[in-house]
Write a protein that binds this ligand. Structure first.
Ligand code: I3S
Length: 126
């Protein structure tokens, strides 16, 4: 039924390709491993996919990302001394997982920064 379907769908706020590396897990530093990733920002989550297969406005929750982070209580800032690359976003979840997200295109990085920050602020107010 349509209501069943609604439970299986999350509204996608933004999706696109960025370079990504995880730099900490639970507060423990990790070795960088930059790779291209397909990001989907939906609901309270930022999801990472290997391939850009989720392109529509809606993504079924059954379409399993490689990994996913809960943005509630997360922090985001522009990375300063964490990379030699430009336009690098640094964000950290409440559980101490940290990621760098990067595009050579400044506008692309700016858009992602604003979109993620917007979700974090919305969740802060709930
Ligand atoms: O912070 P680091 O150690 O300079 O990060 C670089 C390394 O992760 C490097 O890999 P190796 O650990 O195999 O040398 C990566 O290839 C670089 O991309 C990392 O630096 P940038 O500045 O690109 O984030």
């Amino acid at each position: 039924s349509p209501s069943d379907n609604a439970e299986l769908l999350h509204m996608v706020e933004k999706s696109g390709q960025l370079n990504k590396t995880k730099i900490a897990e639970g507060g423990r530093k990790l070795r960088k491993c930059w790779a291209s990733s397909w990001l989907v920002l939906a609901g309270n989550s930022l999801m990472f996919y290997k391939d850009p297969k989720v392109t529509a406005a809606w993504t079924p929750s059954g379409s399993r990302p490689e990994s996913s982070v809960d943005l509630r209580g997360a922090r985001i800032e522009w990375a300063r001394d964490l990379s030699s690359k430009r336009n690098v976003i640094h964000f950290r979840t409440v559980t101490g997982n940290e990621y760098l997200l990067q595009s050579d295109n400044e506008a692309v990085s700016q858009d992602w920064y604003q979109a993620i920050k917007g979700v974090i602020h919305r969740l802060d107010q709930e």
